[in-house]
Design a protein around this ligand. Structure first.
Ligand code: ADP
Ligand code: ZN
Length: 758
């Protein structure tokens, strides 16, 4: 037998190696192996086993790494699809399906010395007083880690070794699993009695599971290679349920059904909503009873060791449920019965570096490959998914009312132009919002205030000479951070001390002015307006240590904080019973982005933020402050009217042939010499026109400078391609990338279905 291996160095090629007899039983498709390559040794993944090779004198595999092959053939097939559809080399696609900690050889199980009572009969030998003390502890515990024993007894290792010499105990290394949630106390929960909407949704999901398991395995890999997978999914559901409609309960009971059928489940949650609260809801339901199983958690805040252990719990089949962020879609759950993508509209499901995959779309493809039901859930579905419903590709499940019969919060839009005429300077708090906060403080209820911009002021300007502090590396202005007394770039991280006078040598005006508003300033203004209120801020600046996030949320939950100010970090998933007021400081911030999805994003954000209010017994109230209060995105969000927003927004997308009407491929060229980047982009366009000539209906726009024209010292130009047949365009683009000749110092990135157009 010969193994075909893709190497972890990007070469867009596979290599054949002989399998030496002593490794024959251990090499399989998906095995990770060490092989000779030139004078080096490199690692790779076996992608196929073949009888013959066109090459002679094959070199042999040196070593198989790990006891179990890390990539299952199913996940391997998925990686191939990603390579094809997202135009990236197979090695890069493969790399993303395995966490680093599993791929790298050095991370392993953590072993700890364990002390156990040895089987012995007869009299206890003579022991010193100290030895007797230690022995008593061991006898009581029967087995415990050496570290724990030393803690409990205050003894030294020496004393324990003496007991070993006397054959009373054994000391041996044992695997001790790292459990990131070991310190959480989790109380088991039972299924809730469902309301009619929930029951109907669950019924349809379960019926589909039955249907699919009947025809499992008939999926055609060839068809997927040609990209039909994304065009004709038969299995996905879109669960459109308002915040608080009880989507999680539907997920939990659907998972329970999968477990009953002997299948596992993957639950994707945006990184930002993957809070201990969320994880606990899943762990609690499956922590006991006949469906008891481990729930593995995969996300970027785990240590490499924790991730290694979580992943192997899944691979070994001990954890049947996985909850995680984007990359958890590759978790080796087998057999897989159900994939849930919660908050499916979230942009963080898209990976912003190669492979630039969208985990929601990968979920749909994986579901189809493995005969698993896919449920995409959201209170504000993406236009892409809702369009798929309209075209009959996805089935719609609707839950328009709150499960606990709580009313939707009242949303009041405040016209900040009018406030501007009343107050001097640019207003931060309208009179109405101030009044509402005062009431909450009096009633000992809590408030959340939201502004999607961190820092203190967003720019530093000199009114005299017109100077604006800009980043030397990027085409953006610097943000003033008062706590640090620094001007910082939010793109590249550059920072500089904040000046007291205009830095222009000819000007030196001391009356230099900070303009624009960030969360830090909202917090400071609150402290002035409400000196007795307990205010905390939650944004990425405020979170310095690993557990800050949990600590702040904990304090908010236990009522130690009256007002929580934050960025989108507080917009998602959190619910606190005592929050009766939510304020959005400037709702228009996200409206004026150079992105065709700006309106959609604003609608989603406002709806999500509003959903944080009134989760308890008291009805919630939301104030949305805006300078363009009549913008449709704001007005439809005020009325909780997704369908209305969809109709209106689709007209605009249709006119301009933007997604979901078409699909987009974004080509970004970047380099340090602007002229060269521009010329290369023009050359690329000409070459593209030639190589896409055979495809019908591809619109090419550009080249033009990217909205973020310069980032981290690189100038950036873009070409935008629109088509209704992305799989064909992907294929053509792959060939284009392989053949087009570009200067060495200009880099080309291809992003299929981009969500970030900057
Ligand atoms: P969503 O995820 O749709 O925003 P959740 O799943 O968080 O909503 O549910 C909102 C609240 O309603 C939770 O406190 C949940 O425990 C409760 N809930 C869900 N389903 C039911 C039900 N059938 N009966 C009573 N309460 C429910
Ligand atoms: Zn910068």
């Amino acid at each position: 037998m010969i193994a075909r291996v893709t190497l972890e160095i990007a070469l867009r090629k596979e290599f054949d190696y002989a399998i030496p007899p002593e490794l024959a039983s251990r090499v399989e498709v998906g095995s990770r192996v060490k092989v000779p390559f030139g004078p080096r040794q490199v690692t790779g993944i076996v992608t196929a086993l073949v009888e013959e090779s066109t090459h002679t004198n094959l070199r042999s595999i040196l070593k198989v790494i790990g006891a179990q092959s890390p990539v299952t053939p199913k996940v391997l097939r998925l990686a191939r699809w990603i390579g094809d559809y997202y135009c990236c080399a197979p090695e890069i696609a493969l790399k993303s399906v395995l966490p680093d900690s599993v791929r790298k050889e050095k991370e392993g199980w953590r072993e700890r010395l364990h002390v156990r009572v040895a089987p012995f009969t007869g009299e206890l030998p003579k022991l010193t007083k100290r030895q007797v003390e230690v022995w008593n502890i061991i006898e009581e515990w029967r087995e415990l880690s050496l570290t724990r024993l030393l803690e409990l007894s205050g003894a030294t290792t020496e004393t324990v070794r003496k007991l070993e010499d006397k054959n009373l105990v054994t000391i041996a290394p044992e695997i001790s699993e790292r459990d990131p949630y070991a310190l959480e106390q989790i109380l088991p929960t039972q299924s809730l009695e469902m309301n009619a909407e929930q029951a109907l949704a669950l019924e349809k999901i379960i019926a589909k599971m039955g249907e699919l398991s009947a025809e499992r395995g008939t999926w055609n890999a060839e068809a997927a290679a040609q990209g039909s997978a994304l065009r004709t999914p038969r299995s996905a559901f879109l669960l459109h349920g308002v915040t608080g409609s009880g989507k999680t309960e539907v997920y939990l009971q659907a998972i329970a059904h999968a477990l009953e059928q002997g299948q596992g489940a993957i639950v994707l949650v945006p990184e930002i909503s993957l809070t201990p609260q969320t994880v606990e809801r899943f762990k609690a339901r499956f922590s006991s009873g006949k469906l008891q199983t481990l729930v593995a958690v995969l996300h970027s805040h785990l240590s490499a060791g924790e991730r290694h252990d979580e992943w192997h719990k899944i691979r070994q089949g001990r954890a049947r449920i996985v909850i995680g962020a984007r990359s958890a879609i590759f978790a080796p759950v087998d057999p897989l019965g159900l994939i849930i993508v919660d908050e499916e509209h979230e942009h963080s499901y898209k990976q912003e570096e190669a492979p630039r995959y969208h985990a929601r779309d990968v979920a749909v493809v994986r579901g189809q490959m493995e005969g698993a039901v896919v449920v995409l859930g959201s209170a504000t579905p993406s236009l892409e998914s809702f369009y798929n419903v309209k075209k009959g590709k996805y089935a719609l499940l609707e839950m328009p009312t709150r499960a606990d019969h709580k009313k939707m919060p009242v949303v009041r839009v405040v016209d900040m132009r009018a406030e501007g005429r009343k107050q001097k300077g640019t207003p931060i708090f309208s009179e109405q919002l101030k009044e509402a906060i005062t009431q909450r403080l009096e009633r000992r209820e809590q408030t959340m205030l939201f502004l999607n911009r961190r820092g203190y002021s967003t720019s530093l300007q000199c009114p005299k000479c017109g100077y604006v502090a800009e980043c030397p590396n990027c085409s953006v202005s610097l943000t003033y951070h008062r706590a640090k007394q620094k001007l910082c770039c939010h793109i590249c991280g550059h920072d500089a001390p904040a000046p007291n006078v205009c830095p222009d040598v000819k000007c030196r005006n001391p009356a230099i002015r900070y303009a624009g508003l960030g969360t830090e300033k909202v917090e400071a203004t609150l402290a002035k307006l409400f000196p007795h209120a307990r205010v905390s801020r939650m944004d990425s600046d405020a979170l310095k240590r690993k557990d800050d996030f949990r600590r702040i949320l904990g304090d908010f939950k236990t009522g130690k904080i009256d007002i929580l100010v934050g960025t989108q970090m507080i917009a998602k998933g959190l619910h606190f019973e005592n929050v009766t007021l939510v304020g959005v400081i400037y709702a228009d911030l996200s409206l004026h982005m150079p992105d065709f999805r700006a309106g959609e994003r604003t609608f989603q954000l406002l709806t999500q933020v509003a959903g944080r209010a009134g989760r308890g017994d008291v009805e919630g109230e939301v104030f949305v402050q805006a300078f363009t209060p009549f913008h449709p995105a704001i007005q439809f969000a005020r009325r909780h009217d997704f369908a209305g927003f969809y109709e209106q927004e689709m007209e605009f997308r249709e006119q301009l042939q933007y997604p979901p009407i078409s699909r987009v491929a974004l080509l970004t060229l970047k380099g340090r010499n602007e002229e060269k980047v521009r010329l290369t982009a023009e050359h690329a366009r000409r070459e593209l026109e030639k190589s896409l000539a055979a495809l019908r209906e591809v619109l090419i726009a550009g080249p033009a400078p990217a909205p973020l024209a310069r980032a981290e010292t690189f100038y950036r130009y873009q070409l935008m391609l629109r088509t209704r047949q992305m799989p064909k365009l992907s294929q053509a683009l792959t060939r284009f990338v392989e053949t087009v000749s570009l200067p060495e110092d200009v880099n080309l990135a291809v992003d299929i279905d981009p969500v970030n157009l900057s």
